[in-house]
Ligand binder design. Structure first.
Ligand SMILES: [Zn+2]
Length: 298
């Protein structure tokens, strides 16, 4: 077990994340994390230059691990319910690696950061090291561990309850979803590709080929759409042609109604999409066409 002071700091970190992460959709900026917060007059940064991070005031066991690989198909996420984390370097006795081994042996909870864009980190906590593989130089990270978290909550002040929050699978699903959203919105510079609306809270990253049909969470399978245009696209009220134009369904075009219908839908008929400037981020034409054919036959 960790000593009480380290425990208190660790719990303070979780509490602080409880406050800041939900409001930021669990995606936190480097500046915020490296600045950290004050605990008993000591500054506690949550992230550092190296992947395995321990603030100066903590002894022994690290506080966070950061995966900097931007691809969610990196070797660190190998299946739906497992995360692997690479050793620091190849020295199995490097102090950072020893620290994570200690975290495993004592089942000390950590924070997991996954960089999904430069300076932006998906955040999950608490996570645990559950396996050490010195041959492959990797640790296995899990987000589930009932008993240990229960123990931790016994040690903490009243009200701080860190019993299991997630399962690893849930964490990974969230990571995939948020990563997709962030990257698509960044590619479109945070505007709706149809109407140019620029309020992030009203924007979605829409799949062109849905994920349950094998559509990949990649920018080229995504469209940045406002909530209305997302729903309209999914319901075949509007379609998008392979030359990236909006097509409004005939019965909708002929309908007479208020300004939302007129300005929000009808006026975009045959308008060109406002697309990412970078060619490699353009929507995949084949996928767009598959969806367009569905729209035509709907
Ligand atoms: Zn829109």
């Amino acid at each position: 077990m960790e000593d009480q002071n380290n425990h208190s700091i660790r719990l303070a970190v979780f509490k602080w994340l409880d406050q800041v992460a939900p409001a930021n959709d669990y995606i936190l900026d480097w500046q915020l994390l490296s600045k950290g917060f004050k605990f008993k007059n000591e500054v506690i940064p949550l992230i550092g230059a190296k992947g395995i991070w321990k603030p100066r005031v903590i002894q022994g066991i690290p506080i966070s691990i950061t995966s900097v690989q931007q691809s969610i198909y990196s070797d660190e996420i190998v299946s739906d319910d497992m995360m692997l984390y690479s050793y620091r370097g190849a020295d199995i006795m490097h102090s950072d690696n020893v620290g994570l081994r200690e975290a495993m042996n004592h089942q000390v909870p950590l924070v997991y950061f996954h960089q999904i864009l430069k300076g932006k980190y998906f955040t999950a906590w608490p996570v645990f090291v559950i396996k050490d593989d010195p041959d492959k130089l990797k640790f296995t990270i899990s987000a589930e561990n009932y008993n240990v978290i229960h123990d931790i909550s016994l040690l903490s002040e009243p009200g701080a309850d860190y019993r299991r929050k997630y399962q690893t699978r849930e964490v990974l699903i969230r990571l995939h979803q948020k990563s997709f959203r962030e990257r698509v919105l960044a590619a479109y510079k945070n505007h709706c590709t149809i109407c140019n609306l620029k309020h992030r809270v009203l924007l979605d990253a829409a799949h062109i080929i849905p994920d349950n049909e094998g559509g990949l969470p990649e920018i080229t399978n995504g469209l940045s759409l406002c909530k209305i245009h997302h729903a309209a696209y999914d319901q075949h009220i509007i379609g998008i042609t392979p030359d990236y134009r909006v097509e409004v369904r005939n019965d909708i075009l002929n309908e007479i109604d208020g300004p939302m219908l007129k300005h929000g839908l009808q006026e975009f008929n045959h308008k060109k999409l406002i697309l990412p400037s970078s060619k490699k981020n353009l929507p995949n034409r084949e996928s767009i066409d598959i969806r367009y054919q569905r729209f035509k036959s709907a």
